[in-house]
Design a protein around this ligand. Structure first.
Ligand code: C5P
Length: 422
């Protein structure tokens, strides 16, 4: 095995919230049950979590549960005497990296929008040093309450005051109705917080990513595809988004959730992918082609299923070459002038460095990322070899998410002159 590949131990996954102090506030709502899972997820990511609950929240979940999950005593009252100076609203916020209120009820949003402070959670939201300690609110309520002009007015006011009001989910509600207003799931909230706290070196930049395989139809029920899972490309889209970029992800047929905040365009064939890339490329500063685009497609796709006729004769399939999306983009005026930075991927089975070098030349891209296909397809981890004009850099085996972050940092380092970068 050559450079980036097997034989290297997996670098333990970095915890995304290591060293972060998070105040997790719960106001009253059925979604409190998700706060338990959220607390666990935050702790698992390395955060120190201080839970603060309103009286209403304690009707839905106990402080005992939240204390056990956070490993810290829960606060619920501004009159709590456990703090030597008797000022929990000050002490709990001065060292915090963020306050996340989940669930944030309609009443709680109204309170914070008005600057009221008659219980500990709203009091500490008001008392936090607003320039330093961001406030994230995860609304949770019945759809009529969410849609009510009073709530929407409060949300607008909160945003104007600098709070981050997160999206709501859509679906079945505890009251039996269906619509907008569900609190996001615990893992979505955890991702939102990780993304919010991540440095933003790509802020103002636009990144276009292709990911996954393509599917080339032989007839209406059969086709040619490959074993690409799309995981590496989706991880790159997520990492670029976390780094502050506006991200469009053109995805072949894969079963992966869209990273939060990423604009996804689903495609099937190489030609669909080519069209989707062509439509988006003028708005991109960086193009990262991770997709495993089929090299060939059947010259003709039968309109009806090709039937076995019992004669023992096999159908003759003729192939035609697919467009090379990356090479086309890399030859464009914007790419050649340096306004668009192109990154290609190479999935090889052997001689990675030699193949990656050759592919970089052939595709005409400044950066080519090599990986060993059979060792990574469908896996959650990978190892990368970055080849540019200066030489080769190894990113040792790690989770695809971690590698994606490192790759984004490498791209950032190599693109000082791209529009939008200060
Ligand atoms: O030639 P090969 O398929 O190995 O090149 C791999 C790189 O080129 C990847 O970045 C892939 O996304 C891109 N590619 C493409 N269009 C093709 C074939 C490959 O964009 N038709």
């Amino acid at each position: 095995m050559d450079r980036a590949g097997a034989g290297q131990g997996i670098v333990p996954a970095m915890k995304n919230l290591s060293g972060k102090q998070i105040v997790l506030g719960l106001s009253g709502g059925v979604a409190c049950y998700k706060a338990a899972e959220l607390c666990r997820a935050l702790v698992k990511e390395g955060a120190t979590v201080q839970v603060v609950m309103t009286d209403a929240a304690e009707h839905f979940i106990t402080a005992v549960t939240m204390q056990a999950l956070s490993g810290q005593p829960v606060y619920g009252s501004q009159w709590d005497t456990r703090q030597p100076n008797n000022m929990p609203h000050i002490n709990l916020t001065r060292e915090a990296d963020a306050i996340l209120v989940a669930p944030a009820s309609a009443d709680f949003l109204a309170k914070v929008a008005q600057g009221r402070a008659d219980e500990l959670l709203s009091l500490l939201c008001l008392a936090r040093p607003a320039q330093r300690v961001p406030l994230l609110l995860a609304p949770a309520m019945n759809r009529e309450m969410w849609a009510h002009p009073a709530t929407q007015r409060n949300v607008a006011q909160l945003r104007a005051d600098g709070a981050v009001v997160l999206d709501v989910g859509r679906g079945d509600q505890a009251c039996g109705e269906t619509g907008d207003g569900r609190m996001l799931e615990a893992h979505e909230l955890c991702d939102e917080l990780i993304s919010f706290l991540a440095p933003k070196p790509l802020s103002g930049r636009r990144v276009l990513v292709t990911a996954g395989p393509t599917y080339e139809a032989i007839d209406p029920v059969r086709g040619i595809t490959n074993r690409s899972s799309g995981k590496m490309g989706f991880a790159i889209a997520r990492a670029a988004r976390e780094a502050g970029a506006a991200v469009t992800l053109v995805a072949g047929p894969v079963h992966l959730p869209t990273p939060r905040g990423v604009h996804r365009v689903d495609v099937v064939s190489a030609r669909d992918m080519q069209a989707a890339v062509a439509a988006a490329i003028a708005q991109a500063d960086v193009f990262i082609a991770t997709a495993a685009v089929a090299d060939w497609r059947p010259a003709q796709s039968a309109e009806q299923k090709i039937k076995k006729d019992g004669s023992g004769q096999t159908p003759q399939l003729y192939f035609t070459e697919n467009p090379d999306i990356l090479a086309e983009v890399a030859q464009s005026e914007r790419a050649r002038s340096g306004a668009l930075y192109c990154v290609g991927f190479a999935a090889e089975s052997h001689d990675l460095l030699a193949h990656a070098r050759a592919k970089r030349e052939r595709k005409g891209v400044p950066l080519l990322v090599g990986n060993i296909g059979p060792a990574t397809f469908g896996q959650d981890d990978n190892a990368l070899l970055l080849v540019d004009a200066q030489g080769a850099t190894e990113l040792p085996r790690a989770s695809k998410h971690e590698l994606a972050r490192q790759l984004i940092a490498e791209i950032d380092r190599r693109t000082p002159g791209v529009a939008g970068k200060s």
